[in-house]
Design a protein around this ligand. Sequence first.
Ligand SMILES: [Zn+2]
Length: 324
Amino acid sequence: MFELATLDTELAAIEVIRDVLLHQRRLRGGGCTGRVCLRCLRHHRDAIAEAIARGRTIELLLPAFPTKSPNPAKVLGPLPDMAEELALRFLESLCERIAEVYPPGARILICSDGRVFNDLIGVSDENVTRYAHEINRMIDRIGATHLGQFTLDEVNPGADHAQLRARLTAGRGPHPDELRAEVRRGGHLVQMYRGITRFMLEDLSVPEYTGSRAALQRHCRELAYGVIARSRAWDELLAELFPDAIRLSIHPQPCRTRKIGLLLADTPDVWLTPWHSAAVDTGDGHFTLMKRAEAEAAGAQLVTAHGRPSHFVLPRDHATVPAP
Ligand SMILES: [Zn+2]
């Protein structure tokens, strides 16, 4: 076991949490202040300090990398591409920075949640399987030794996909009616509900859809409640399976909550994720995320790698990245 002979546990914990909070994804009006929010730092310090005092690798859990959006106007295809690769490289570099402060380091377990709700968002189980498989291959290819992936498939090996989801939600997660009441009362869930509804609306506004916009909006609001309920069930299951892990989230979080919101990429839209967009090289070696149609409208050129579409490059004379 690693002994903290001279290193002060408290100081190491503060350094580690500071490294994470430098990439914090904050909820607008959520109460965080400053470049590194000191209230959030104090809030999460003890859990990190506990892992450090025991000389353990710090376990960070990140429900993320579910599956690509089914909308071809947003993404390059159903499989991970440069957008995911950049996010994985960022997560790996975060763990490397933590290991510089605290040698036993940190490990991020990506809890891929595609199987949890893919039936609600119109993505096939086969595509979820292929996406998760390619994420594992990508982790190996880029040599990310601090990252791992955990999926619902591993909870009940051998069960079919519908059974996996049924077992997940049996006795876990809120009823959609409870979520409806929570949204009506206002509070932080409203922003998440609106964000997810917006994504569903974009994802399902495909050329094949022939119904009215109002009907699609109603449908997406219902689906958003379903996605949130399933995500909460997944969250509860992860808490049962990994009780000591530090919880991360790709969703903006209010100040001093159980989870730390984490920005996976430099993007002007805090809700945009690698699986809802494509990576765009802005010409100076700097990458951002844009929806595929927006990148194409800006004149970006498609680049292929490993036999598949990978990312876009904006033309050299393109001075600014358009807002989403
Ligand atoms: Zn805060």
